[in-house]
Design a protein around this ligand. Structure first.
Ligand code: 4NP
Length: 161
């Protein structure tokens, strides 16, 4: 039985940590649970910006997530920190801007693999999870669709290793 210390740790990262990355966190956590992998994978999320540190997710992200059975309301925003690049095995960015900021922040020699989340869903036809903050309901639904596809791909990759 794996112990806590050999868990695979995944950090989902967006800008504000109130829309996309908490949704991605809850989505992967649920799919990990459904796959029976709770003892192998740990998931967290953070933002590259500090705008919403300590805040719950956006109420629209909570509401849309709830309709697909995800619980987000207990999550609180935090900003990515340098130590995250050693704490986590995978740091997964929602878009290119956040990926670039992560690559800048990453201390040389740190162990995390930094990548775009959607590299795990090549069939989704998108490289980025678009920021839904300034838009309508369809943006939040798209975040759910894309993060679901990526979570499936991540679990498949884990199983094939
Ligand atoms: P997120 O969305 O990066 O998916 O959490 C945003 C949330 C807040 C802001 C921008 C994007 N903002 O500018 O406050």
């Amino acid at each position: 039985m794996p112990t806590a210390s050999n868990k695979i740790r995944v950090l989902m990262v967006c800008l504000g940590n109130i829309c996309r990355s908490p949704t991605a966190e809850a989505m992967l956590r649920r799919k990990v649970h459904e796959a029976g992998l709770d003892d192998r994978v740990e998931v967290d999320s953070a933002g590259t910006a500090d705008y919403h540190v300590g805040s719950p997710p956006d109420r629209r992200a909570i509401a849309h997530g709830e309709r697909r059975g995800l619980k987000l309301q207990h999550l609180r925003g935090r900003q990515v920190e340098r130590a995250d690049f050693d704490r986590f095995d995978h740091v997964l960015a929602m878009d290119e801007d956040n990926l670039m900021n992560l690559q800048r922040l990453r201390p040389p020699g740190s162990r995390a693999r930094v990548a775009l989340l959607l590299s795990y869903a090549p069939q989704a036809g998108a490289r980025e999870v678009p920021d839904p903050y300034g838009g309508g309901a369809e943006g939040f639904e798209q975040v759910l669709d894309l993060t679901a596809a990526a979570a499936d791909g991540f679990i498949a990759a884990l199983r094939s290793n």
